[in-house]
Design a protein around this ligand. Sequence first.
Ligand SMILES: Cc1ncc(COP(=O)(O)O)c(C=O)c1O
Length: 404
Amino acid sequence: MTQLAAGHLKIQQDTIPELNPSYRLLLGPGPCNVDPRVLRITLSPQLGHLDPEFFAILEDTAHLLRWMFQTKNEMTLCVSGSGFSGAEAVLCNLLEEGDTIISGSLGFFSGQIVEISQRAGANVVNLETELGAPLEADVLEQAFKDHPEAKIFATAIAETSTGLLQPLAELERVTHAHGALFVVDAVCGLGGVPMNVDEMKIDACYAGSQKSIGALPGLAPVTLNERAVQVIKNRKRPVQSYYFDLQYLHRYWNGDHNYHHTACSNLVYGLREAVCIAMEEGLEARWARHQLNGDALKAGIEAMGLKLLTRPGYALSVLTAVSLPEGVDELAIRNGLLDEYNIEIGGGFGPLKGRLIRIGLMGYNSCRKNVDTVLAALEHILPRSGLTPQAGAALAAADAVYTR
Ligand SMILES: Cc1ncc(COP(=O)(O)O)c(C=O)c1O
């Protein structure tokens, strides 16, 4: 058999540089830096995906995730993939060809519920909000009146593209009054914002390992209650995706552990450790920590003369979306932070491209040191974009939040 020589593939075999990634402070919309404990445990010896020792770790991790979600749901597991794999799994299992779903599209991420559902063959009623504003219950009520056949209402608790915390109580009430399933994207929110799946009567919920939970990317925790499970069991046709079939995944995680796919043991160790760390801290304390650091960051940002995109009263603690004045180059700010301070932050998506910077304080990264660091770095960078924050004002405003 002939071999393709490396040289033909534009690889200089004898000069391949040693990989040496930069140390970045990840203050974007996720991933975030993880606790060193999470990294350490991730480097523990690998286990095979069909090793009985690993089965025990899977079951144990599912129990811990139930605590994180605050649910007794049997069907609680991880999809091997990023946050959207959780979205894809939940929506494709619950939806069948011709079903109707109402999407509360609050921005780019919850907006993807539309495409995922359409690809699954569903008819989508798209309730798009003004960017930075929440979805109001009367809008949902009207949508259900216009589409009484709707089977699902889905939205996000934390819309990362606009920094919005969406109140869910009224939306849940309306959804259940019309007999539909209440599905929530908690990819950014779980572990950072107050939520309790059972108390909030969420029928199905998906999250992401790499944001407020504080683990590495690559796993999407999902949980479905008995009502949602029955919808899946009563499907007319099998789920079109083998990989995302939640009944197979549930058997692998929580049942007879029959082979379904090759799960990565080391990612599961890391996620398990991240949930253990959250347990040691306690959920209430964790939510309060995210709130305090988010408040301090926002106070600092506003003291620099910048405005938040999100409507007052709806700003997310874990992600702050900052509107930029006309003519200010978003990329220059982000590149300045990255090149000179090794700090990564996010930019705007879709219609907000170039108009926004987004700063995340999630999991391990939600701490005063990082608030002060990013505010000080911004104070140095912003004047190059024509902005003139008053020296020291941002840190003083943040300090006032910490000492209030
Ligand atoms: C609210 C929300 N939903 C879904 C996603 C998609 O997650 P992932 O990029 O991990 O697939 C994200 C990612 O930022 C998100 O913030």
